[in-house]
Ligand binder design. Structure first.
Ligand code: 5RP
Length: 293
């Protein structure tokens, strides 16, 4: 039992040595508070400064997307290879084992589907995100959308407000309409708008030309979506180029779970993102795993 008699004056350890104050490894995040940094450090590996996120939230706008019909069979086995998983609250409760111990990028905005006009969205109750122990709140931001641009930016703003109350960072997901050109000019505008409105991480697409203009002008980390399924070699090439040009990771879905060897793709992408592998080295990892099956 502690009492006054056992209180001793310390020996003065460290006198003359300034207390260590560590910097923070993530772009644009140095001034965030402890809870935010803790959550971001679970998503982005502090050693490499990067992340491999596995996205399988497609069903909320697309229904049972190919590869996601039975997520218990196709997605759950991939979770161990991801740094973070991105999904809806439905999937989280229905399919994802709470024992997986991975940070969750929770799809926080919800709304219209591919059958009507996308991006007409609302937000979930922040208490639900806290209850689900979300590490990141993912919100659509449809810059340039004629109908819903303003609504989605309001959603982003509200999410940042709510997340800040609880120390949960926000992922601004750039939703790019079919009528918009995914070039560096548009993507840098959209990413910057998300960051300026408080997104702590931005998810966008890679573009062949001048992608480094996009990452350079975005003051927070960028992760790229994979987009439609590509041949494995091309998807790895894209991931390599994106990282080489300043992306802090990937948040990929279809190029992983629609592959003929999803685990091989996860391992290959990890080699690029965390270990600086060239595309051909990563492809060899994919092939090796595929042939082992
Ligand atoms: C759509 C999303 C997806 O999570 C995103 O597009 C990533 O998946 P893919 O790599 O298949 O494009 O934000 O709601």
């Amino acid at each position: 039992m502690a009492d006054n008699d056992s209180v001793r004056i310390g020996k003065g350890v460290g006198i003359g040595t300034p207390q260590k104050t560590e910097g923070y490894f993530l772009k644009g995040s140095a001034h965030l508070e402890w809870g935010m940094k803790d959550r971001l450090s679970r998503i982005f590996d502090p050693k490499s400064g990067r992340t491999v996120m596995l996205a399988f939230d497609h069903g909320y706008i697309m229904g049972p997307t190919s590869g996601l019909e039975r997520m218990d069979l196709t997605i759950v086995p991939l979770i161990e290879y991801a740094d973070c998983v991105m999904c809806t609250r439905g999937t989280l409760r229905q399919v994802i084992p709470p024992t997986c111990n991975k940070p969750i990028s929770l799809r926080y905005s919800a709304g219209s589907t591919i059958l009507t006009y996308l991006n007409d969205e609302c937000l979930m109750d922040i208490r639900e995100a806290v209850r689900l122990n979300a590490s990141l709140l993912a919100v659509m931001v449809a810059v340039g959308d004629q109908k819903h641009e303003g609504d989605t930016i309001r959603n982003l703003t509200r999410t940042v407000d709510l997340g800040t109350r609880f120390g949960i960072p926000t992922l601004g997901v750039n939703a790019v309409g079919k009528e918009l050109k995914r070039d560096a000019r548009y993507l840098s505008l959209a990413a910057r708008v998300a960051a300026e409105n408080g997104a702590h991480v931005v998810k966008t697409y890679y573009c062949e030309e001048d992608f480094e203009m996009v990452t350079n002008a975005c003051p927070v980390p960028i992760v790229i979506a994979g987009g439609k399924k590509l041949p494995e070699k091309d998807a790895l090439e894209m991931a390599y180029r994106a990282i080489d040009q300043g992306a802090s990771g990937v948040d990929m879905g279809r190029n992983i779970f629609q592959s003929d060897c999803p685990v091989g793709m996860m391992l290959a992408v990890r080699e690029i993102v965390h270990n600086g592998a060239k595309p051909e080295q990563a492809y060899a990892v994919y092939e090796e795993h595929k042939n082992r099956k």
